[in-house]
Design a protein around this ligand. Sequence first.
Ligand code: ARG
Length: 457
Amino acid sequence: MKLWGGNYSADPDAAFWEFNRSFPFDRRLLAEEIAASKAWVRALGHCGAIPVEDAESLDRGLDVVFEKSLKEPGYCELDVEDVHSFVEERLGEIVGDLAGQAHLGRSRNEQTVTALRLWIRGTIDRLHAGLGALVHALVEQGRAGAEAVMPGFTHTRAAEPITFGHLAAAHAWALVRDDQRLRDARARVNVLPLGSGALAGVVLELDREAMAKELGFDSISPNALDAVMDRDFAVEFVSACAQLQTHLARLAEDLIHFAGPEHGFVDLPEAFTTGSSLMPQKKNPDALELVRGKAARVDGDLLRLLALLKGLPAGYQKDLQEDKEAVFDAADAVNGSVAVMVGVVAGLSLRRDAMRAAAGQEEMMAAGLAVALAREGMPFRKAHGIVGSLVAEAQRSGRSLRETASTELTELSPAVAQRLDALFDPLEAVSAKSLPGGTAPDAVRASLDAALEALGR
Ligand code: ARG
């Protein structure tokens, strides 16, 4: 069951055979390997390298292999080297020796990258759908919370009031960029290597453009040697996955934090939490913690690929077989995480009262007060100093900042002293930040709409 061995006197060492096999993991490329093989045998028929009837038999035989792989339990349990060997072996059971013609002029060096490119392309397209659902869920929650005031934080300290919609839009935009990055990467993934041979090209007069068209590739690779050694497309995909997983992890961290007892700004959907085996009161945010934890895994996959490629000479080397598991692992992590996050975000309930109460912390209005003083003509640096001393005075005296400001500013800036009600109202404070990109409810709604538009749906 090997695609080689004519020049060998005996079988490989048993332990090495297991070590060498990629079928346990590259079987995930079966659908793609069969699609590429169908395009190949048709191209062989078209250029007259094999009779058209033979090409048709091979084409049909490949369909049968695929159908059986879906239907027959155990059909894929075969002690073959890789997915390419599997297809040829099973094809032989259907069309006999003719199966050997499916490999005419073709090298596994080009097959493995062709199948991997197709697989990554399909994964990017599925991720596009998943990211669309997640951005939609964030936009829905953001619209629902466009006027829900809450504290915004810097350095994990309450900084200025924002709206929940502003926070949701921030996370949505990061994911929109991930979607764009994946779509950019797709253009470089979607290139056909077939027709490269082992490294030097092929003597047959194959129509590479027609094969590309049939497989939905945008273009053909421009150099056979580059085509078999290039894994940039895999690095780019996993790199985009790493950034995406980082964004998911940051969203997860925010939700863990804001759903926690010290804030209670949101309630997580129970279906995405788990209990404790010891402490009956617990509902732990495991889904979110796993999403955060999986960022380490995807970062590791990226490093694994980069390290794999460094220092390889031109051409195919068996090292390259190590590329696939990193790609699959990263894809599984992001696909799983996106699916879970859609459920978590869609199922969040906002606790507006808790947000509103926390948004009333008066010290968050200090910057707004300084700006108001400066707009009455006081140099901003001086206003900053005065408000700073009001904060210190309030802390010292135990009075509220609002009261302290009322006493101290009556003489210093009567106009501002009269507007203290508005300046200390968190909803007024956020509404005033109405520039594009700001936290005012209308600006937030516009930003949420633009995020959906950028997604192209
Ligand atoms: N299983 C191999 C891989 O994943 C396929 C290519 C093998 N080519 C070869 N000349 N041994 O990279």
